[in-house]
Design a protein around this ligand. Structure first.
Ligand SMILES: [Mg+2]
Length: 316
C-alpha cells in the first residue's frame, strides 16, 4: 500500500544477471524503495503469490526456469485486484520484441544497460498508475458500502438485507436448513420524534440498531427495513430458537433504556417471527410478508411482545 503522497514502493526485481540485479537494487534503494530481489522467474512468481505482494514488478526478459514474458502472462491470467504494474527489462530493442513484451501484459519496458534517469521517470509513471488504481479501488469500496448500507444506522439497507435473505433462501432450498425471519419495529417511535425532535429520534434508531446487532449471533444479519423497522435474517434457526432470540432482545430493551447524547429513552419493540425451510417457497416476499403479519398482530395485541407467525406453507 502506498499512502497518499508517498512515492516509496515495494518493488519486485527479477533479474538473473547478478551485476545488473545489484546495480538496479542499489539504484532503487537509493530512491527509497524497498526491493525484493529474485534470481529467476519462478521465484518471482512464488513471491507474487504471497499476501501483500509488490504492486510493481521489474522483470528481466531472459531468465532461467521461467522468463519474464511467461511471468507477465501468468500475472495477467490470474489478475485480480489490485493491479500489478509490470516493467519488462530487456536487452532487446527491436520494435517487434517490445510489442511482444507489451502484448504479454507488460505495462512498460526498459532496455539494458539501463539509464538511471529513464528508470526514474518510468518508475514515477508506474507509481502514478498504481496510486490511481488504489484511489479507484478506495472510491469503489466507498460507493459499494453506500449502496448497501443505511447511512443513519450503518446496518444493511432494505435492498441489501433482502438480497441476503434471497441468497439464504436459495441455499436452504438446497440443504433444507430452516431460516428465521424476524421483523421488529420500535413501539410508538413517532412520539420520540414529536416530543424530543428528530435528532433524538435518529439517536434512538442508531442505538436501537446497535443493540439489536450486538444481541445477534455472528452469522445472523440485520438490516434497516424502513423508518423504525428492522429485518433480521437468522440462518439455521428453528421456530423455538427464533422466538427465544426475539424474546431475549425484547427483554433487553424492556430492562435497559437507551442512553444517548440526546437523553435517556425507554424503548420497546414489537416482533413478528416467521420460519421457512426454503423448500418450494423460496420467495423473500412470502416469508417477509408472514413476519410482517405477525408483527402487525404484535402491535394489535398491545405491543412490546413477540408473535410467531408460523412456518411458511410450502404451497404458498
Ligand atoms: Mg537475463
Amino acid at each position: 500500500m502506498i499512502g497518499k503522497g508517498n512515492s516509496k514502493l515495494r518493488i519486485l526485481l527479477a533479474e538473473d544477471d547478478v551485476i545488473t540485479r545489484r546495480l538496479l537494487e542499489a539504484q532503487l534503494k537509493k530512491w527509497g524503495h524497498e526491493v525484493v530481489p529474485c534470481p529467476d522467474g519462478q521465484q518471482a512468481w512464488d513471491e507474487l503469490n504471497k499476501d501483500e505482494s509488490p504492486k510493481l514488478v521489474i522483470l528481466d526478459w531472459m531468465m532461467p526456469i521461467m522468463d519474464g514474458l511467461t511471468v507477465s502472462k501468468k500475472i495477467r491470467e490470474v489478475e485480480t485486484r489490485p493491479y500489478t504494474y509490470i516493467i519488462l527489462l530487456t536487452a532487446k530493442s527491436r520494435k517487434e520484441d517490445i510489442v511482444e513484451g507489451l502484448e504479454a501484459g507488460a505495462d512498460d519496458y526498459i532496455t539494458k544497460p539501463f539509464d538511471p534517469q529513464e528508470l526514474r521517470v518510468r518508475i514515477r509513471a508506474a507509481i502514478r498508475i498504481i496510486q490511481l488504481q488504489e484511489d479507484l479501488l478506495e472510491a469503489l469500496k466507498t460507493s459499494e458500502f453506500r449502496a448497501t448500507h443505511d447511512s443513519l444506522t450503518g446496518l444493511w439497507n432494505r435492498y441489501a438485507i433482502l438480497g441476503i435473505l434471497e441468497k439464504q433462501l436459495a441455499r436452504s432450498t438446497r440443504d433444507g436448513d430452516e431460516i428465521a425471519v424476524i421483523m421488529t419495529d420500535v413501539d410508538h417511535f413517532k412520539k420520540v420524534n414529536d416530543n424530543y425532535g428528530h435528532l433524538a429520534g435518529d439517536e434512538v434508531l442508531r442505538q436501537t440498531a446497535r443493540k439489536i446487532k450486538n444481541s445477534l449471533r455472528q452469522y445472523d444479519e440485520v438490516g434497516r427495513y424502513g423508518g423504525e423497522e428492522f429485518l433480521l435474517v437468522l440462518p439455521g434457526c428453528n421456530s423455538e430458537a427464533a422466538v427465544n432470540i426475539a424474546e431475549r432482545i425484547r427483554l433487553e430493551f424492556e430492562e435497559t433504556p437507551i442512553v444517548s447524547s440526546e437523553g435517556t429513552f425507554p424503548v420497546r419493540l414489537s416482533f413478528g417471527v416467521a420460519i421457512t425451510n426454503g423448500k418450494d417457497c423460496a420467495k423473500t416476499d412470502n416469508v417477509v410478508g408472514l413476519a410482517d403479519e405477525a408483527l402487525y398482530k404484535a402491535k394489535e395485541g398491545g405491543r412490546n411482545r413477540v408473535v410467531f407467525g408460523g412456518k411458511l406453507d410450502p404451497k404458498t
